[in-house]
Write a protein that binds this ligand. Sequence first.
Ligand SMILES: Cc1ncc(COP(=O)(O)O)c(C=O)c1O
Length: 474
Amino acid sequence: MNDLNVLSETFTKIKDYLASNEDNNIPVVKFNQPSDLSKLIDFSIAQKGVSEHEFLELMDSYLEHSVRTGNKQFLNQLYSGFNFPAFIGEVLTVLANTSMYTYEVAPVASMIETEMIRLMNSYAGYSNGDGIFVSGGSNANLVAMFSARNKIYPNGRFSGYDNNLKLKAFINEHAHYSIETAANVIGIGAKNVVKVKADENGCIIPAELEKAIKDSVANGETPFFVVATCATTLLGAYDPIDEMADICEKYGLWLHADGSFGGSVILSNQHRSLMNGIERTDSFAWNPHKLMNIPLICSVLLMKKKGSLQFNLTDINTDYIFHDIDNIEDLGKKSIQCGRRVDAVKLWFAWKYFGIQGYENRIDNLFEMAILAEEKVNQHPKLELLSPRQSFAICFRYIPAYTTDLNAFNLAVREHLRKSGKSIVNYGYIGDKLTIRLITANGELSKTDINRFFENFLTEALQIEESLKKSHVI
Ligand SMILES: Cc1ncc(COP(=O)(O)O)c(C=O)c1O
């Protein structure tokens, strides 16, 4: 194989791929069932390697059958979009391939990660803060809960968890499932995560939180960890951090902000009030791979107090790796990982490129697009908003003119749309109602993209409605 030739072909393929992301005739996905996909691509590894020609064909196949998350009709997940400077940062990261544990092997990346943590802490108002890039929001939540456990029970780091402590954590009933997984992983047990009632907007009710904490104390348990979700995964609701901080201060509890989805709102002067009180939290999970459109994974756990990350580890003076020779504290001493991906560099390139103002504009644009989508729902006689919009998630459904099973109907519309490749949007349940969930996560979305989505959605819905009418199912 001629590497230079493959490199030059790769460059052309990347250019073509990016151009086609803007082409409305190219579907977001060429949908195939798994059994069909395995006929289209040979996934097995053979004794003999492939030829240059076959290698190039495999590249085409991979791109052709993958979901185009950079296409503006990809409105399905909490991440989306293509971020050019971050892409360049990612390519350079892979090119220089190193691990984040020591300055010795990652001098520039260590300085970049340190600067990113400093900048992000300044947004959080953590004046003596610390932080680390982790392998995702779920991992950030895990390390936050682990840190809170080690604070209340330092001995647990050496002797293991003592069940008699009866530690309890408290979350919004709509919080992300990773908090329960974290409780499971650190030995507390998922059933010791108390789900606190939320109001009609999906925000935790502070009075209910305090009541749950009091009940727990009265039962002889030990409340230790409270999560303010910013924003919730389905409804995009922001918990009232300030009021929760009052309660946590009163009972001496660790308050963690799970901003895995919506933490980037802090970049916007206009909208950061949704996270008022963030400086009073003890830790903050912030995922630039969501609303900042950095390629996955790019996720940060910020800590209010310096030293709390190092405190989690029991033996960091490992002389075969941390030599302490470069007049700098190696970042590996703060991480529960040893080898760690370089995820800060792509963020740094993107932030350098867009600047502080550029990123603020991108977040403001996400809000504008969400407001527009909400208006489109409210203006259409057959669309129903299932929950008032809180931020970047619009939850709605289509009501056909005939009585039918609305959940089945809306699921059918979503599935037809997905398989057509015209637009991809997700769904979930609010109570027993299936809701379509549209997310405005791509900072480059425009009015045309939102309009196109609703055209696609309504065309599909009308077609299904008509065909059901003809076949007398409704
Ligand atoms: C509120 C919330 N927390 C945590 C997570 C997990 O983040 P990640 O997917 O980066 O693990 C998500 C993901 O959607 C989320 O919405």
